[in-house]
Design a protein around this ligand. Structure first.
Ligand code: NAD
Length: 419
């Protein structure tokens, strides 16, 4: 996973070639501000005690309190947490949210725990990190294998510790506990608004609207639903157990129902759908490929198979730097994660604002605010990419770096102190 962090940092170096940035700024952004590693000791249902490694990283808080999800995953590690916190720093800056970047994780297979064990683990996480998180300091959210109920337990635990209701400490909460409308599909919806806004630039029209989606969880299902409702044809889908393709188009809800019954998208056999391998899925003819599973899924071994014109990265870090080069050379436009999946953190930001003001917005208002931010920042990145003839990922990093650089330099850099 060291590779993951060095890959992320290589993107910072690349972006720095395209904006004026002081070397002190780059030096600061190369290291996390603080990372805490602990072991959470949890009582199991059978009376035994088990301990789980857990981390929280606040990468950079120059632009505001740090923000980022908590992941429960058996292969989580500190390098991954640090890299994800780095990405959050840039994601919040791309979207101009008043946040820095953070992330947390527990190394655990949550499916091996009972619901009571999961609740105790979630509360133990907050007990361990209560001094690090807070509405003005660091605001967690859901990530892979964590959900709104876990966020509710965590907010409740934090409120008990600080002895006052404190919903703004965490986002992605259930609605009755101060969650926001529109959070469920926010990540996919942000990506959808981006595609819609750039439809002409991306030459997506008429029959040239075929979509392949890798990963059929929250982000994958909702992007399928939104694009399908807009007339796009979903010609391939996958999850961790397999993949299906169907040239005539898949109905996202029908696939979801089959998946709920049969445990995988491969349980869907309607409309001539057939099972294929993961590589065959990537090689399926389409205009848009949406990676919506985990990181590093598109690498130098399979990037050459891709026939899509556009890659919409709803997953974090799905394309390795090697694969990025292959896709760029092939003329594939990659709409990068820090922009394409930023709808999630944007609606999380709306949740935090609503919690703090104690006044809640309707769904239309949330969609409209999200659409405006996606279009504004998406256009800026697109214009920077096309005028400077650089990949959209480099443009997004450069755009974020400009904002981060201004904030860091506003405290003064060497020329100010010795000039
Ligand atoms: P999820 O757990 O709901 O879904 C993940 C899906 O990916 C599952 O269907 C799983 O079966 C599938 N998957 C796992 N490995 C796979 C593989 N090798 N090939 C194909 N499919 C595979 O998670 P999610 O919330 O939808 O998140 C997906 C990605 O989007 C993650 O990278 C996450 O960090 C990112 N993301 C999510 C949000 C959000 O709000 N949910 C926000 C920003 C980024």
């Amino acid at each position: 996973m060291d590779d993951l962090l060095s890959g992320a940092l290589s993107r910072l170096d690349e972006a720095a070639k395209h904006v004026e940035v002081d070397s002190e700024v780059l030096e600061k952004l190369k290291y996390a501000k603080e990372t805490l590693s602990v072991r959470l000791s949890v009582r199991m249902d059978d009376g035994s005690r088990r301990s789980f490694p857990a981390w929280r990283c606040r990468y950079d808080d120059t632009r505001g309190p740090t923000k980022g999800g908590i992941r429960f995953h058996p292969s989580s590690n500190v390098e991954e947490v640090t890299t994800l916190a780095f990405w959050m720093t840039f994601k919040c800056a791309v979207m101009n949210l008043p946040y820095g970047g953070g992330k947390g994780a527990v190394k655990v297979d949550p499916h091996s725990l009972s619901k009571s064990e999961l609740e105790r683990l979630s509360r133990a996480y907050v007990q361990a990190f209560a001094g690090m998180i807070g509405p003005d300091r660091d605001i967690p959210a859901p990530d892979v294998y964590t959900n709104s109920m876990i966020m509710g337990w965590m907010a409740d635990e934090y409120s008990s510790i600080v002895r006052q209701p404190s919903p703004a400490v965490i986002t992605g909460k259930p609605l009755p506990l101060g969650g926001s409308l529109g959070r469920d599909d926010a990540t996919a919806r942000g990506g959808y608004y981006l595609i819609k806004h750039l439809e002409e630039d991306l030459r997506l029209s008429g029959s040239a609207r075929r979509v392949v989606i890798q990963g059929y969880g929250n982000a994958g299902f909702h992007i399928a639903r939104l694009l399908h409702a807009d007339g796009y044809r979903i010609v391939g889908l996958s999850d961790s157990r397999g993949a299906i393709v169907c040239e005539d188009g898949l109905d996202p809800q029908a696939v979801q129902t089959a998946k709920e019954r049969g445990g995988s998208v491969t349980a869907y056999t309607g409309n001539g759908a057939r099972s294929v391998t993961g590589d065959e899925l990537l090689g399926t003819a389409c205009e848009i490929l949406v990676p919506a599973a985990l990181e590093d899924q598109i690498h130098k071994g399979n990037a050459g198979l891709i026939k899509a014109r556009v890659v919409l990265e709803l997953a974090n870090g799905p394309v390795t730097p090697d694969a990025d080069r292959i896709l760029n050379e092939a003329g594939v436009i990659v709409l990068p994660d820090i922009l394409a999946n930023a709808g999630g953190v944007t609606v999380s930001y709306f949740e935090w604002v609503q919690n703090r003001q104690g006044y809640y917005w309707g769904l239309d208002e949330i969609h409209e605010r999200l659409r405006v931010i996606m279009e504004t920042e998406g256009r800026r990145v697109w214009d920077m990419g096309t005028t400077r003839r650089i990949p959209m990922r480099t443009a997004a990093y450069a755009h974020a770096l400009e904002r981060l650089s201004k904030a860091i330099a506003a405290h003064g850099t060497q020329p100010f102190f010795v000039g």
